[in-house]
Design a protein around this ligand. Structure first.
Ligand SMILES: Cc1ncc(C[n+]2csc(CCOP(=O)(O)OP(=O)(O)O)c2C)c(N)n1
Ligand SMILES: [Mg+2]
Length: 553
């Protein structure tokens, strides 16, 4: 007779799960044993947070939930940041946590935390499994909920006695494909009418535009309408940024060069915008009309209150919209004359050879060693603004950044997931010295998994973004610097390779050699963050003299 844990693993196999990330505890040992006899690989990590970031990134890249497993109490609580990351980032994920026996237990309250309640606000569903017979339906439901728009995490708690209990064999619930309805004809007609009347239209691609299922229909819409587009930070890459319609990425909320186009537009077609992102532009009473195109209706906010909505499966809905307007838009390219000016000012100083290198130079040099389909995964720090603003993408999901929870510590695990999934593509993690150290123990996991991965560490000996904001706000420089390990020896102690870049011209060769050498290779480079104030405050303030300090953190 199968145990509860066998039914769980069979249900996960039924969902097509091929790996589970995590750190098991004694309450999971039945599940570990069932896993050992299954087709699913257990990928052990060195912290549950790393497991959750990897599982969430699996969901982000495939559209199907990544799965992670932990014990009760302390292990489960270590998933909270990963749950929030998946929740805000709309990444499908299934978390499985252990628990003491619920029928009887001789452990009093040892390690017991109300995990199900803890995760309620951090998930789309958080439930305890109370009988083996319910496992197939609960697992199917969990996967559906995690995957449905808007995707996100779910948690299933499997107590150890339910996991170990034998019972009749219950078949998994069959999986069938589900299509999302397309937008209503009336909504499409209304949106088409607004676009046909626009004098200076602009498209914005937001976070949901990067969903794996979205990417096909989007390029077609832009190509057929020839309306120029900009992106949010998480919308980067869905339509190739190399094309002649890309106007930039809104890494700031206002006053950046890309906002010249935003400010002059009379209509913005916001595709897949999710207000969990730091606002890419601020709507006001006199601003442009906005059409929200998304899988789900817009979340109305003080800075985002669209005038019309096209809700439905984004790709096919956009196809129907393009059918209505293609060839009828004499004003489509009205804002294109701004393009060269915006892009040339963004790439200013990208090849300057000052030492330490500027953020612009580092972004430029990274782009030189990453092919079009190569993937850069960022942690969170000051450099994220520079990468979002300056790094051009050509393929969807090739700049993985988190502009939702914006947590530190996810850069290395998310890059590791990309490296696992795409062993033939170049993958690089870019981390600050602060964020890298928050999950640097996963270097061991990366080495153990024999990943090919370059980890670029930007060394300023500080929580640089906060230190910079402190200066911008006229506080004295206090409390935000630290010492670093010797990163080269640190990498070597894990069995990885390490290089310290000693000159600005040395960065590209160091990165190139790291990729060519294969394996896990850490490259540390100092960074000159004086550019933060020179460009993001002084230069942009000069552009609009009345502007206040740029709000970034
Ligand atoms: C887990 C977490 N803690 C704190 C913050 C707030 N925070 C945002 S950026 C930052 C500093 C990042 O430092 P580092 O990784 O060294 O990058 P740098 O800005 O120096 O390039 C901090 C503390 C955060 N986003 N996430
Ligand atoms: Mg730093």
């Amino acid at each position: 007779m199968p145990k509860g844990s066998d039914l769980l693993i069979a249900a996960l196999e039924n969902e097509g799960v091929d790996r589970i990330f995590g750190v098991p505890g004694e309450e999971n040992l039945d599940v570990v044993e069932s896993l050992r006899n299954s087709s699913i690989k257990l990928i052990l990590t060195r912290h549950e947070q790393g497991a959750a970031f990897m599982a969430a990134t699996y969901g982000r890249l495939t559209g199907r939930p990544g799965v992670c497993i932990t014990t009760l109490g302390p292990g489960a609580l270590n998933l909270t940041t990963g749950a929030a990351y998946a929740m805000l980032g709309a990444m499908p994920m299934v978390m499985i946590t252990g628990q003491k026996g619920i029928m009887s237990s001789r452990q009093a309250r040892f390690q017991i935390v109300d995990v199900v309640a803890t995760f309620k606000p951090l998930t789309k569903m958080s439930r305890q499994i109370v009988s083996p017979g319910s496992i197939p339906t609960l697992v199917r439901d969990a996967f559906r909920i995690a995957m449905e728009e808007r995707p996100g995490p779910v948690l299933l708690e499997l107590p150890e006695d339910v996991a170990g209990e034998e019972g009749p064999h219950v078949l998994p619930v069959p999986v069938h494909p589900i299509e999302i309805p397309v937008a209503h004809r009336t909504a499409l007609d209304r949106a088409a009418d607004m676009i046909l009347r626009a004098k200076r239209p602009l498209v914005m691609l937001g976070a949901a535009a990067s969903r794996p299922r979205s990417t096909a229909g989007l390029s077609g819409f832009v190509r057929r309408t020839q309306i120029p587009f900009f992106t949010t930070q998480m919308g980067k890459g869905t339509v190739p940024g190399g094309g002649n319609l890309y106007m930039g990425t809104a890494a700031l909320s206002e006053r950046d060069y890309v906002h010249e186009a935003v400010d002059q537009a009379d209509l913005i077609i916001a595709i897949g915008h999710d207000t969990i992102e730091k606002p890419p532009f601020i709507m006001g009473p006199k601003g442009p009309q906005v059409i929200h195109v998304g899988y789900t209706p817009a979340n109305v906010d003080a800075v985002y209150f669209p005038h019309a909505e096209v809700v439905g499966d984004v790709g096919p809905s956009l196809e129907l919209l393009a059918d209505r307007i293609e060839g009828k838009l004499p004003n489509a390219g009205a804002l294109l004359s701004l393009r060269d000016g915006i892009l040339s000012r963004i790439s200013d100083r990208a090849t300057e050879d000052r030492w330490p290198p500027t953020p612009q130079r580092i972004v430029h040099d990274v782009r030189q060693v990453i092919p079009a389909d190569g993937i850069v995964a960022l942690d969170n720090g000051m450099y994220k603004i520079w990468f979002a603003r300056n790094y051009r993408t050509y393929v969807a999901n090739t700049l993985l950044l988190d502009n939702a929870l914006a947590t530190m510590g996810a850069g290395l695990p998310s890059a590791m997931m990309a490296a696992m999934m795409y062993p033939d593509r170049r993958v690089m993690a870019v981390c600050g010295d602060g964020g890298f150290m928050m999950n640097s123990q996963e270097m061991e996991t990366a080495v153990r998994l024999r990943l090919n991965l370059v980890v670029l560490i930007l060394d300023d000996g500080a929580y640089g973004m906060i230190r910079w904001k402190q200066a911008v706000d006229n506080f004295p420089d206090y409390g935000l610097t630290f010492g670093n390990p010797d990163f080269v020896r640190y990498a070597e102690s894990y069995g990885a390779k390490g290089t310290r870049v000693e000159s600005t011209e040395g960065l590209i060769p160091a990165l190139e050699a790291a990729f060519q050498g294969g394996g896990v290779h850490l490259v540390a480079v100092p960074i000159d963050y004086t550019e933060n104030t020179r460009v993001l405050v002084d230069e942009l303030r000069a552009r609009i003299p009345a502007a206040a300090a740029v709000e970034l953190v």
